[in-house]
Ligand binder design. Structure first.
Ligand SMILES: [Ca+2]
Ligand SMILES: [Ca+2]
Length: 158
């Protein structure tokens, strides 16, 4: 004769396991409720900056690289971005676009870094270009752009 048993068998041990499971879930729920502080935000969220999406340039094309730096030395962080042919910076807070280089490098501009390369106190840009994803043996260029006295004017490609 074959008898079928429920699984897991309804023994003292399985009742104890279920009790531990229920207690573990209740403990987790109480912990979350405690951490959530009842104000709708967890304590760790209060320390996090609140970010709001803002479109700076909807027509940049493919933006290969971006950096944040105070280009015009007014104490406000500006945005520097490159696409295939241009280098531009966006002046904080209105994000006015200043194209400082256009078409002087072979396609594509692909990476940048901001630094005062010549030590004159004005930030310059190191620019990687001639990006060819199918050729990793030759090609590619690394140039730098010298920031002029007026950061909104064209920068010298060195
Ligand atoms: Ca600035
Ligand atoms: Ca400089």
């Amino acid at each position: 004769m074959i008898t079928l048993q429920a699984w897991p068998p309804d023994t003292w041990m399985s009742k104890r396991s279920r009790l531990f499971g229920v207690l573990a879930i209740a403990l987790c729920a109480c912990s979350l409720a405690f951490l959530w502080n009842g104000a709708g935000a967890a304590p760790w969220q209060a320390a996090m900056p609140r970010l709001v999406e803002q479109v700076v340039d909807a027509n940049i094309g493919i933006g290969y690289g971006v950096a944040v730096a105070d280009i015009n030395r007014d104490g406000k962080a500006d945005i520097v971005a490159i696409n295939a042919t241009q280098v531009a910076w966006y002046e904080n807070p209105a994000w006015k676009k200043h194209v400082v280089m256009d078409g002087l490098t072979k396609k594509d501009n692909v990476c940048l870094a901001v630094h005062d390369i010549d030590g004159d106190g004005r930030l310059d840009l190191a620019l990687g270009a001639e990006w060819m994803p199918t050729n990793t043996e030759t090609g590619g260029s690394l140039r730098w752009l010298r920031q002029p006295e007026d950061a909104a004017k064209r920068w010298e490609l060195c």
